[in-house]
Design a protein around this ligand. Structure first.
Ligand code: ATP
Length: 144
C-alpha cells in the first residue's frame, strides 16, 4: 500500500482533548482523519476535519478498513477508558503505524502504553497544570 501524504494524521477519540488537537492540526494545514465510536460526536464534528468517521478503534479490522496502515502518525486521545486506549494502541502497533502518540491519565497507564508499543506518551492535564503553575508564578507577569 502507498503511504499517504506525510501531513496526514489520525486522531482517535473526539473528547475535549482530541477535538482541540484535531482543530489545531487542521489549522496547521495537516490532513486529519478523526475517529470516534460515538455517532453523536462524529455528527457534531463532521464538517470540521477532512474525514470524520465512526468506528470502534479497538478493532484492528475497522482501523485497517479506514486505511490507517497508510498513515505515518496517529494520536490516541482516548482518556477515561484505559482499556480502550491500550487496545487501540495495540491495534495501531499491529498495523505498523510508525509514530503512535498516546494520551495517559496516570503513570501506570503510561507504562502500559509504552510497553504495548506507543512511541510517545503524553499527559495533557499534567503538562497544562505544570505550564500554568509556571505562568502564575512567573516574575514576568508581575509587570502586567
Ligand atoms: P476529554 O478529557 O478529552 O474530554 P474524556 O476522558 O472525557 O476525554 P474519553 O472517555 O476519554 O473522554 O473519550 C474521549 C473520546 O473517545 C469520546 O468521544 C469517546 O467516544 C471516544 N472513544 C472512547 N472509546 C473509543 C473507542 N474504542 N473507539 C473510538 N472512540 C472511542
Amino acid at each position: 500500500a502507498k503511504r499517504s501524504d506525510d501531513s496526514g494524521i489520525a486522531v482517535i477519540g473526539l473528547g475535549r482533548f482530541g477535538c482541540h488537537l484535531a482543530t489545531s492540526l487542521t489549522r496547521l494545514d495537516h490532513e486529519v482523519l478523526a475517529i470516534d465510536r460515538s455517532a453523536e460526536r462524529v455528527q457534531r464534528w463532521s464538517s470540521q476535519f477532512d474525514r470524520v468517521v465512526q468506528a470502534d478503534a479497538t478493532e484492528e479490522g475497522a482501523l485497517r478498513q479506514l486505511g490507517i496502515a497508510d498513515f505515518r502518525r496517529a494520536v490516541v486521545a482516548i482518556g477515561a477508558s484505559v482499556e480502550a486506549s491500550v487496545l487501540t494502541v495495540l491495534a495501531l502497533v499491529e498495523l505498523g503505524v510508525p509514530q503512535i502518540w498516546a494520551r495517559a491519565t496516570s503513570e501506570k497507564h503510561a507504562k502500559i502504553l509504552s510497553s504495548v508499543g506507543a512511541h510517545h506518551v503524553i499527559f495533557p492535564e499534567a503538562e497544562t497544570g505544570e505550564r500554568v503553575a509556571h505562568l502564575i508564578v512567573s516574575r514576568l507577569l508581575d509587570f502586567i
